[in-house]
Design a protein around this ligand. Sequence first.
Ligand code: MG
Length: 415
Amino acid sequence: MATLISDVKVILTAPEGINLLVVKVETNQAGLYGLGCATFSYRHLAVQCLVEEYLRPLLIGRDVSAIEELWQLMHQNAYWRNGPIENNAISGVDMALWDIKGKMAGMPLYQLFGGKCREGVPIYRHADGRDLAELCDNIQKYREQGITHIRCQSGGYGGGAFGPAPATAPRGAAHGIYLDSRTYMRDTIKLFEGIRAKVGFDVSLCHDVHERLKSIEAIQFACEMERFDLFFLEDAIALEEGKWLRQLRDKTRIPLAQGELFNNPSEWKTLITDQLIDYIRVHLSQIGGITPGRKLQLFAEQFGVRTAWHGPGDMSPLGHAANIHIDLAARNFGVQEWSGTEPPNFVIQELKGPRDALLDVFPGLPAFENGYVYANDKPGLGVDIDEEEARKYPCENVVTTWTQTRLADGTLQTP
Ligand code: MG
């Protein structure tokens, strides 16, 4: 008897105050269900509507085993394709179908992807600090936990807090996070001089530009940053200005990572085939889940491009687990961003309640130990959800302000 989809549900929860969206696919086999990450924290109600009102009726009664068929069915059903709301909704179902596939096979997903290339996944953590001393303290704390790759930042990607326009902005300029790219570049170069002087070169450092420079500034900045021997420079060029990567590549030998905003294969194909980047770091749910993620990983392998999947806090533990399962089996794995669902002690102390809550809501999430993250060996993704616990932390729908970044004259700048 075929195993059929009997229901598709959305579970919303915010155990850490960040909106997370999980899709649960139920089947006609008692106790057999799958879970997937459809988290788009800043448009969660739109994704919920899409799953409940459009995907659910499309999917009920279909065979769970036909993942590729169902992915294409969802992808093509609305005629227009590849939007972030659509892709996240599809991802929720896609990951849940892979979770079911693993449960039916009695295997963790990394086994279905060919088995482990490595026993644990090396991760990088993001270190911040108000000044050099605080940042270096945080780097040291991570190093004591065995972490060898650390992304460094100070001063919120060149901006402050959301608020009224500064006095230097034009009369009537809107509220926002005001950026000054020249100051940011100077401060960051000084910061890395300080970090290398203090911690030496025996640690891999990354830096995220977060698309907050003009492309020509990014080239100047990358050339200056070369001497700090970065593991990679992240999102130096904005999504819309991807062609500048060719010039950046020609002018610097700094390793480049790109892609957490990508939605669509047309955004990464040329970057990979022309070897314009070293690390592809898409957000799996944003591109539609495990099915397109695995295709991308294997495609990148053919061109010597490594993976460094996006792994931020605004991603559910199901999404983190999907990253880890692909990483374990990927020959062209580079490094994994890890926002700390299995948090280091100093973070637990600062965020006692909420961090514990994440563990309560999502039993089975991948575990961090001494610089590596490990998947558990349960079938599928290995992460469950306690729906009663999840209900204790309702999502909130508020106007997003951190994305309202502005240049000195008040013009909106990509966040
Ligand atoms: Mg980034």
